[in-house]
Design a protein around this ligand. Structure first.
Ligand SMILES: *Cc1c(COP(=O)(O)O)cnc(C)c1O
Length: 357
């Protein structure tokens, strides 16, 4: 038995999904394949409440984080940073040689709509990047409000790293006006890593058409990806196992019901927060706590590296803090295919283990 995953990615994968991934490949230029991709893309659109485009990408999410800035900005990017993953988005923008300004809040704090409004009213930006759920700090940014503000500026597109939020919390792409929301599948989609998906608004696609190939590159050119997608294909050979896995997962999501799935995440989050809030303290700014993972401070002063090791020896993987927060915080994921019974179980074992430290 491998340790059960309570880290914020990769997350626990059910056997049914693993079995689906193990199916014999299809030729990727056949009708059977096109039927598979077409079903998967339609299912993802339903989950994201969008009638605009959805692209599938054989890469981890970071590929799409790079693709987003390269396809969507020709003036200047405003990167909003509130932790390690949004910081990575700013670093990617820089490495790609794009014009940018970075706006950072203290880690643990949220990006507010007012802050975004202030920035956009002064600058000459054409793209905002923001993380929905900052996995390093356990902060969930107010995406709906941020989108509302960005939409006041017709020239500005909104690109969202929704990696650890998508499928745990609703993201209403069309209603809120989100131009791009990307995620890899090893978080709340609860598949093994190696694949990513993104929504893409019509105006984002138009923007990509106006950007020279030299900036966009080849593999992640949204126009090329979209054109193949219209035929329910991908420009190059995709990870067909992941499409099998997504197809199975979409059936399961439909059977559970989207509302029930999101309610389950909320209940698991409430349970985890109630368990440790007073004992450890929550790292996230009050009112912005994530519903897919919790980042605890260490007010009790326990050895968090030892805690994670002791949990692992009992076959549970938890995270002892990410990046600059390593050893200072610990995180528990409560997303994807984890159920309330799993959460009750891991919390009980945590209680036992903490007693022994
Ligand atoms: C996990 C994660 C990423 C990185 O995703 P990869 O699939 O490893 O590229 C980016 N952003 C957030 C918010 C994440 O949680």
């Amino acid at each position: 038995m491998k340790p059960k995953l309570f880290i914020p990615g990769p997350t626990h994968v059910d056997q049914e999904i693993l079995d689906a991934l193990a199916q014999y490949p299809l030729g990727h230029r056949t009708g059977d394949y096109r039927e598979l991709q077409s079903k998967v893309v339609a299912g993802i659109k339903d989950c994201l409440y969008t009638e605009q485009s959805v692209l599938v990408s054989t890469s981890s999410a970071t590929g799409l984080m790079e693709a987003g800035v390269r396809n969507l900005s020709k003036k200047k990017v405003a990167n909003f940073v509130c932790g390690a993953f949004s910081e990575k988005q700013a670093a990617i923008t820089k490495v790609c040689g794009l014009d940018q300004d970075v706006f950072e809040v203290e880690w643990g704090q949220a990006i507010t709509a007012e802050m975004v409004d202030d920035v956009l009213s002064n600058g000459d930006y054409d793209l905002v990047t923001v993380v929905f759920n900052e996995t390093s700090t356990g902060v969930m940014n107010p995406l709906k409000e941020i989108a509302e503000v960005v939409n006041k500026y017709p020239e500005v597109l909104l690109m969202v790293d929704a990696v650890s939020g998508m499928m745990g919390v609703p993201i209403k792409i069309d209603e809120w006006g989100v131009d791009m929301a990307l995620a890899s599948v090893q978080k709340a989609w609860a598949l093994p890593p190696g694949f990513a998906v993104t929504s893409l608004s019509d105006r984002a696609l138009e923007r990509s058409k106006s950007i020279p190939s030299a900036q966009k590159g080849f593999y992640f050119d949204f126009v090329r990806m979209h054109k193949a997608g219209e035929k329910s294909e991908t420009p190059v050979t995709p990870s067909i196992p992941h499409l099998y896995g997504l197809s199975k997962q979409l059936d399961r999501i439909k059977a559970e019901g989207l509302d029930k799935r999101f309610a389950r995440h909320k209940q698991m989050a409430d349970r985890v927060r109630a368990w440790g809030k007073d004992r450890f303290g929550l790292y996230a700014q009050p009112g912005y706590e994530s519903d897919t993972l919790t980042c605890f401070k260490n007010e009790a002063g326990i050895d968090l590296i030892e805690l994670a090791a002791a949990m692992k020896s009992r076959n549970y993987l938890i995270s002892g803090g990410y990046g600059a927060l390593k050893g200072k915080t610990f995180r528990l994921a409560h997303m994807g295919d984890l159920q309330m019974d799993d959460i009750n179980d891991v919390l009980k074992v945590l209680d036992e283990v903490i007693e022994t430290l």
